[in-house]
Design a protein around this ligand. Structure first.
Ligand code: NAD
Length: 495
């Protein structure tokens, strides 16, 4: 389906300014649209509008704000199929994963609607007679959202649905590789805003462009929080810039996620989980499985079976039924994958698969399974492509140490039916990641839990649980309802 037709089904018009921001479909390399990157004046005007919208939105009762998110969720429900097709066209996801991404937006919208009546604070016992203490959560201000190409709509929704119910306008700088997904999503939000009585102008803004446009957003003191999703290299720069101006950072960066396959693992379950986690989305999820530590007693069985499955995985056009592995995003991703495989070979790795499938302007690859003699060098880096490194282990303590040796700390898992092993893995002495799973792979999180990771993954948490607090400011209030003025800690100051 052509991109203009998808926009028509969404009830929107495809913008095409013939500008310098050229978007290609990873499916065939064809140009989808030529847009214009926003200049400094346009970016400034967008942030000015968001800052101006803040007071009115802040003063709108939270359950009313939830009503706007409910209307947006309805737009998403009505247009799920068309938006998912756009995700497939622009990001190359297979049909079912693209639909799953839009479903995730609907799920977080529902979550946020409920949350809009539950932005709970605390009452705290005061040491002073006739005093009350409480903690409240107040709206923060415009929230900047920078997103990566591989989740071109859901990452914004995780942030925006919460920020909006928390009373914050949102300004989105999507990946320069997926601007159409952003334009379409905000077209749906604008429709919900138009139906909502009392949404201030400027409540939702869009900034188009590459890193320089993101830098403008990050540098602006009128944006108290920037939630940035992308590579660790990007987060290092964004985090430092925000720290310089005391802006808040919510960083969701790279991952180098691992699985441990223990002697008691349910083999069939582990095999299927590993295949989805390592090769789904063509290995282009932050939570994709990149390292597997397999107990020596199961190594030949597991690796033999994976090798056979890798050789027959259906790679190809993500729109076709039956395809499980779609294209890499572009030629740069292909080159990075080949460079990593060459480095693995130099380190003594035995590479199965990894070759290009087809030719022309698109980059399809057979996922690579790499048997490594030990964990070192390239295995400790995130390569955003379908490469799974496997090594043996003989002791669980050793396997946990290997899994924790990566610089990233996003997601992890163990396959075991031994209660002692699984509990040890999720204990304080186990996985050091933000996500630690048992008998499921590291990818495919639900929105109900807090999502994010430690170390070079950036430390941020978004989506479910109490992640909403990042989008609000905490205020402690002490109220004296007595006629006395006792000071805390028994201090005397009689005047
Ligand atoms: P990227 O870092 O190249 O770009 C991400 C976004 O940051 C883009 O919008 C880009 O324009 C912007 N950007 C880049 N440099 C910037 C700067 N200096 N200032 C402001 N903005 C800047 O990442 P990508 O290739 O689009 O995505 C892949 C990476 O994202 C992988 O490392 C993956 O693990 C990570 N990722 C993490 C999560 C997570 O939740 N932890 C989710 C998805 C992707």
């Amino acid at each position: 389906m052509a991109v203009a037709d998808i926009f028509a089904r969404l009830g929107l018009t495809l913008p095409d300014s013939g500008g310098n921001l050229v978007t290609r479909s990873p499916i065939d390399g064809a140009v989808l649209v030529r847009l214009t990157a926003h200049d400094d004046a346009t970016i400034d005007a967008t942030i000015t509008a968001a800052a101006a919208a803040f007071p009115a939105w802040r003063d709108t009762p939270a359950p009313r704000r939830g009503e706007l998110v409910r209307l947006f969720g309805n737009e998403l429900r009505a247009h799920k199929a068309a938006l998912a097709e756009l995700v497939t066209l622009e990001a190359g996801k297979v049909t079912s994963e693209a639909a799953g991404e839009v479903q995730e937006m609907i799920d977080i919208a529902d979550f946020a609607v409920g949350l809009s009546r539950q932005l709970h604070g605390l009452t705290i016992a005061s040491e002073r007679p006739g005093h009350h203490m409480r903690e409240s959560w107040q709206p923060l201000g415009p929230v900047g959202i920078i997103s990566a190409f591989n989740f071109p709509v859901a990452v914004w929704a995780w942030n925006a649905a919460l920020a909006l119910v928390c009373g914050d306008p949102v300004v989105w700088k999507p990946s320069e590789k997926t601007p159409l997904c952003a334009i379409a999503t905000l077209g749906l939000l604008d429709r919900a805003i138009a139906r909502f009585d009392g949404a201030p102008k400027g409540l939702s803004g869009l900034i188009l462009g590459a890193a320089p446009a993101g830098e403008r957003l990050v540098s602006d003191v009128r944006v108290p929080l920037v939630s940035a999703t992308g590579s660790t290299a990007m987060g290092r720069k964004v985090g430092a810039k925000l720290a310089e101006r005391f802006g808040r950072a919510l960083l969701e960066l790279g991952g180098n996620n691992a699985a441990i396959v223990a002697p008691s693992a349910d083999f069939e379950l582990a095999r299927r989980a590993i295949l989805f986690a390592a090769t789904g989305t063509a290995g282009q999820r932050c939570t994709s499985l990149r390292r597997a530590f397999i107990h020596t007693s199961r190594y030949d069985e597991v690796v033999g079976s994976l090798k056979a499955a890798y050789a027959s995985l259906p790679v190809g056009d993500p729109r076709e039924a039956g395809t499980l592995v779609g294209p890499l995003i572009d030629g740069g991703a292909y080159e990075a994958m080949q460079a990593a495989l060459a480095a693995a070979r130099e380190q003594g790795g035995i590479v199965h698969g990894g070759e290009r499938v087809g030719e022309g302007g698109a980059f399809y690859v057979r996922p690579a399974l790499v048997e490594m003699p030990e964990q070192a060098g390239v295995m400790l880096r995130e390569t955003f492509a379908p490469i799974l490194y496997v090594t043996r282990y003989s002791d669980l303590g050793e396997a946990i140490a290997l899994q924790n040796a990566a610089a990233h700390g996003l997601s992890s898992c163990i396959f075991t039916t031994d209660l002692r092993e699984s509990e040890r893995f999720v204990s304080a002495a186990g996985s050091d990641c933000g996500i630690a799973n048992v008998n499921i792979g590291p990818s495919g999180a639900e929105i109900g839990g807090a999502f994010g990771g430690e170390k070079e993954t950036g430390g941020g948490r978004e989506s479910g649980s109490d992640s909403w607090r990042a989008y609000m400011r905490r205020q402690t209030s002490t109220v004296n309802y007595s006629n006395e003025l006792p000071l805390a800690q028994g201090v005397k100051f009689d005047v």
